[in-house]
Design a protein around this ligand. Structure first.
Ligand code: BYC
Length: 314
């Protein structure tokens, strides 16, 4: 029989060799807990993330924009499904995770607690928020936990379409009338700093990063990914003729150095006290309650189907 120490060695060797850990493999308790913690934060980010953009579905400026937006918002629901399924492979109950969310006890990405006050915000979310998500999630396709890594492959393909449609919509506004241009700039002004906060606290204040990187869950630190995002996005803003709202932004020959992030704001929003936290949770609870009949119908169908299968002649 294996001693725990030898299981642990085999586990770490598998991780170090860039192999995948699968649901039935032995894994340290801490590894399982860390994955549950991260995926339990990621899954509701996707479904709460539907709300800011869904706010504009009825007011999209054209049928083309509306079809794109509806498809995008639906994609985010799908991402939530993949992630809740990945969490279930770790032995967590989906209902329990949703209960925590509805009670305001589950963290989800701070970015979705900011309001979408103009159509340009929808463009800015695609460009910046999906852009930041891609930067964060492409390395997660190589996460050591198989089900999470595989979910991320499909998510990233869809996020790539989301980012491009956002940049294209932003480009139309930035090259449009003076009023459209100023809407685009205003959206960039309001979404830039919250987008940088998506990557999480700076490395010196990130309690989970070191262990998550040793376990191959995270491949890069929060600050490394944030820097990559800034380096990729500043030239895009320049191409659009828009100004990044950071007076301290400068090029040092290798990277764009950015100014101080308002971490007090980040922690306030993370703790549930951002501009839209309460509204987002209230909407989610209403949607969940109104969807009860769908869950009941699905469960009844599944039960009937099971009885038929069991009772079918051999
Ligand atoms: N917001 O030690 P750290 C999308 C928490 S949706 C809130 O660095 P870790 C989209 C963190 O959970 C996809 N909380 O943690 C949808 C931890 O709390 P606990 C969005 C944050 O886990 C619709 C504490 O701070 N992306 O793309 O090593 C429309 C300490 O942090 C945040 C994801 O969900 C935050 N921003 O690293 C458009 C990414 N940052 O658990 C687009 C998945 C940190 O200790 N998650 N916290 O109480 C991750 O990659 C990692 O969890 C993080 C944090 C990089 C965010």
């Amino acid at each position: 029989m294996h001693a725990v120490a030898s299981y642990e060695q085999e586990f770490q060797a598998q991780v170090d060799a860039d192999g995948r850990i699968e649901p039935r493999d032995w894994m340290p308790d801490g590894y399982r807990k860390t994955l549950v913690r991260q995926i339990a934060q990621h899954a509701p980010s996707e479904i709460i993330g539907m709300q800011p953009e869904a706010n504009w579905v009825t007011r999209a400026p054209s049928l083309r924009r509306k079809s794109i937006l509806v498809a995008k918002v639906q994609d985010e629901a799908g991402h939530g499904l993949y992630l809740y399924s990945a969490a279930e492979t770790l032995g967590v109950d989906r209902e329990e995770l949703l209960d925590l969310l509805h009670q305001g006890k589950q963290k989800y990405s701070t970015i979705f607690n900011y309001p979408t006050t103009s159509w340009a915000d929808v463009a800015a979310i695609g460009w910046l928020v999906d852009g930041a998500a891609i930067m964060n999630q492409v390395p997660l396709t190589r996460c050591s936990y198989g089900p999470y890594a595989r979910a991320m492959i499909r998510v990233c393909k869809e996020e790539s379409f989301h980012q491009r449609q956002g940049f294209e919509a932003m480009s139309v506004l930035a090259n449009g009338t003076p009023a459209q241009r100023s809407m685009a700039q205003d959206a960039l002004d309001r979404w830039w700093w919250p987008a940088l906060m998506m990557f999480g606290p700076s490395d010196t204040d990130s309690p989970n990063s070191a262990q998550s990187m040793a376990w191959g869950i995270k491949r890069f630190s929060n600050d490394e990914l944030r820097q990559r995002f800034v380096d990729a996005t500043v030239p895009q803003a320049e191409h659009l003729g828009l100004v990044v709202p950071d007076p301290d932004l400068s090029w040092d020959g290798e990277h764009y150095r950015y100014g101080a992030i308002d971490w007090a704001e980040f922690f306030q929003v993370m703790k549930g006290d951002g501009p839209c936290n309460r509204e987002r949770i209230a909407n989610r609870v209403t949607a969940h309650d109104e969807g009860a009949w769908v869950r009941e119908a699905a469960a009844a169908y599944a039960a009937k189907h099971t009885v038929r299968t069991v009772g079918a002649p051999a």
